[in-house]
Design a protein. Sequence first.
Length: 135
Amino acid sequence: MRTNNEKQKFLEILEETPIISIASKRSNIDKSTIYRWIKRDKKFKEKLLESLSRGRGSISDRVESVLIKKAINGERWAVQMWLGNNCSIYVKPRPVNIFARDLHKGYEIEKDIIGNEITFVDFRGKNEDDNLISS
């Protein structure tokens, strides 16, 4: 079936380039068609998410490899990036923003497992769509 072949082609390209808009252009399939397939075909959606995950993982591996080479060659920014993200004694706490509009999603406000500072950001009054918590 033509559609199954198109879907498979798209998923293969997506795994190489894990950006839906780019993969749709490279596979000559309109982006709206991709989103229609996602909406109507649960198996396709699952395969798409798997392809995105594998593709992002592959790119992350390649980028990490470049970063490590740069750090080993003494490029200071790369050394700082690597140590700041991979060695606990160099990791700086990062603030965690929890938006008022997201509180309904089940965030555990009291706990922050990384030990970072928690900042509450309240958008009430800015946009009616963001007013998920009553005053």
